[in-house]
Design a protein around this ligand. Structure first.
Ligand code: FAD
Ligand code: NAP
Length: 584
């Protein structure tokens, strides 16, 4: 994650050495920002360090053309402040990156967050001092501060993966990564452009880059399913209706397995006749986006059911792409929705343009870069610029890039060598007072992420509030509870078809990473219920040390809003048992 030198200069500041805080937060995306707000609410002192030059995280870094959210904007936003909900207006159903970044900046200003954030500062190390029972946090600028609590808000999709292709340094043109896009933008007009990758970032950017470039060549390792967004201006009537009772809408969303609201059908696909299925898929396709997976309840559990939606989606590709050979290459043959489903605007249509070419690198990988371009299968493709839409070292990558050392010199990287181990995706044994927001083992990337973030932050805030109320010094999960949670995360992953393909959910997008299904796929409300139960039972599964009053019952300050009755019509135990709950 390179800092922008100009921005770093702008953010010149004195070093912070031997300063003590109640909490240090790493990262100022939506997670770090809300965490800071809650820490202030508790009256705790906090310092946030952020590698970027501003707030917004994902939306600060991913400025590639076409970047936008794939969860509707009316839901892809904070819910903790009714005033914020009422005063902010989105212009489109799925907002573009600049508008989401504006929103993040608006939140930072409105809640006066910036004064406690140090920008252009990367945390390099966090070390638990057992004697002092505090974390020592060090940065690339030379800061060295201590804190009782260290909170990692580093993001699930923030450690960019730039594959080390041979000869990259020889290429005479620029190589961009979608997750580190230049702030001044890139003008591709008249250029010969290569794009590597066909995941969500590529699928969003390719149609826009194609409008400018003289020629566009896309290198595809694995084809992806994509559903049209049917994005449009936000309907003012829709916005008014939601804002008339935003809290109720948010509550409905929280009760859904994905943490966001859309209509779905829980019946099994194979109970319908082929004609009924065709009608159903057509209707859900017309709704567009991720809710397409809500057409039936068993699509991610029953391969035969999944085959029917996969074939429908392949038919759509064949119907759009005129050249049959290109269409065949673009048709995935794996489970529909196994990799994160993509949402597009004109992606497949782009391949009908005469200056756009698809190159299959599934069997003959990219060999190397040369001065002129990229070589695969012995053929050199010449470019003025190359875009690597090659994704992220997901879920654990940002943790790996900080030297985190817990008790007895144990490093998190070493502990997670065979795959991440956490209790609830919030904490890890051996690392007292270290918290993670949307860590591996929590719903995180399988839910709409802002609710997932808010629920974690609220839980951590109640935990810290409890520790302050009782004068406790450390909190740490027991190994037994962590082991049980990891086993449970793996067990539920095994029932979903999602665990069967080589996606970033299992770390398989990058050679050498352990193959472990990292997010919790049991459904957001079930997970939230478990977190609530742990808290209500006095932090069951945790050892709390140094408390004055061991029997003080935890006060529920922040997590109250996660305790509302769930929408049991939809998320009934029977539906879950019957595996008829689509998890997008
Ligand atoms: P991030 O936004 O990733 O922020 C983490 C911050 O931590 C970054 O700013 C980073 O610079 C900083 N950081 C990391 N390590 C360090 C360090 N060592 N020192 C200092 N700072 C550090 N989710 C959805 O639910 N819906 C969507 O539509 C959606 N669209 C997405 C589109 C793209 C292009 C991408 C990449 C992701 C998308 N996501 C989406 C997921 C998205 O990451 C989350 O929704 C959300 O923005 C994550 O917020 P965060 O604060 O947890 O992490
Ligand atoms: P990604 O889904 O991991 O896609 C990366 C692409 O690069 C894949 O096609 C991958 O191929 C390819 N690739 C990686 N290494 C390669 C190599 N060495 N040679 C050739 N190809 C290579 O990453 P992403 O597109 O950035 O998306 C990551 C996630 O961020 C998404 O799944 C989503 O959760 C989020 N996101 C959301 C949106 C949105 O719509 N709001 C937009 C962007 C991102 P393989 O498939 O073979 O690995």
């Amino acid at each position: 994650m390179p800092s922008d030198p100009m921005s770093r200069e702008k953010n010149e500041r004195p070093l912070e050495v031997d300063v003590a805080f109640d909490a240090v937060v790493v990262g100022a995306g939506f997670a770090g920002m809300y965490m800071l707000h809650c820490l202030r609410g508790l009256g705790l002192s906090a310092r946030v360090y952020e590698a970027g030059g501003g707030v917004g995280g994902t939306w600060y870094w991913n400025r590639y053309p076409g970047a936008r959210c794939d969860v509707e904007s009316m839901q892809y936003s904070y819910s903790f402040s009714e005033e914020l909900d009422q005063e902010w207006s989105w212009s489109e159903k799925y907002s573009p990156q600049p508008e989401i970044l504006d929103y993040a900046n608006h939140v930072a200003d409105r809640f006066d967050l910036r004064r406690d954030i140090r920008f252009d500062t990367k945390v390099t190390a966090a070390t638990f001092d057992d004697a002092a029972r505090r974390w020592i946090v060090e940065t690339d600028r030379g800061d060295r501060v201590t804190a009782q609590f260290c909170i990692m808000a580093v993001g699930c999709l923030s450690a960019a993966n730039l594959p080390p292709f041979a000869g990259m340094a020889d290429f005479r043109g620029p190589i961009y990564h979608t997750g580190h896009w230049p702030h001044e933008g890139v003008d591709f007009t008249g250029l010969e452009v290569g794009v590597i990758g066909t995941g969500s970032s590529a699928i969003q950017s390719i149609p826009v880059i194609a409008q400018q470039a003289a020629s566009l060549t896309v290198f595809q390792r694995t084809p992806n399913y994509s559903v049209p967004a049917w994005n449009d201006k936000l309907d003012p009537e829709y916005e008014r209706a939601i804002k008339a009772d935003y809290p109720a809408f948010r509550a409905k969303a929280r009760a859904r397995p994905t943490g966001f609201y859309f209509e779905f059908n829980t019946s099994p696909a194979l109970d319908a006749t082929p004609e009924e299925r065709e009608r159903q898929y057509a209707e859900f396709w017309a709704r567009g986006g991720l809710p397409f997976l809500g057409a039936y309840g068993d699509l991610l559990f029953d391969k035969a059911a999944n085959d029917t939606i996969a074939e429908f989606a392949r038919d759509k590709i064949r119907g759009i792409v005129k050249d049959p050979a290109t269409a065949a290459l673009l048709c995935p043959d794996n489970v529909f929705g196994c990799k994160r489903l993509c949402v597009d605007t004109g992606y497949f249509e782009t391949y009908n343009l005469p200056h756009v070419t698809l190159v299959d690198v599934s069997t003959n990988p990219i060999e190397r870069f040369t001065e002129k371009g990229v070589v695969t299968d012995g053929v050199e493709y010449a470019f003025d610029a190359v875009v690597c839409a090659t994704g992220f070292a997901a879920m654990t990558g940002s943790f790996d890039r900080v030297a985190i050392t817990g008790r007895d010199g144990l490093t998190l990287k070493e502990k997670w060598r065979a795959g991440p181990r956490t209790y609830l995706g919030l904490t890890s044994a051996g690392f007292p007072n270290l918290f993670m927001i949307t860590g591996p083992g929590s719903p995180s990337v399988l839910a709409s992420m802002i609710p997932a973030i808010e629920q974690h932050v609220d839980w951590i805030a109640d935990c810290l509030g409890h520790m302050r109320d009782t004068g406790a010094e450390t909190i740490e999960p027991t190994v037994a509870h962590e082991d049980n949670w990891v086993a449970h995360v793996n067990e539920v992953a095994a029932v979903s078809l999602r665990s069967t393909c080589s996606s970033w959910y299992v770390g398989a997008n990058i050679p050498g990473r352990p193959r472990v299904f990292m997010p919790y796929i049991g459904g957001f409300p079930i997970y939230v219920g478990k977190c609530n139960e742990v808290l209500s039972n006095g932090f069951e599964g945790f050892v709390i040390d140094g408390a004055r009053e061991a029997d003080t019952r935890p006060r529920v300050r922040f997590t109250e809003r996660w305790r509302a009755e769930l929408d049991l019509d939809v998320i009934s135990p029977a539906a879950v048992a019957a595996r008829r709950v689509p998890v997008v």
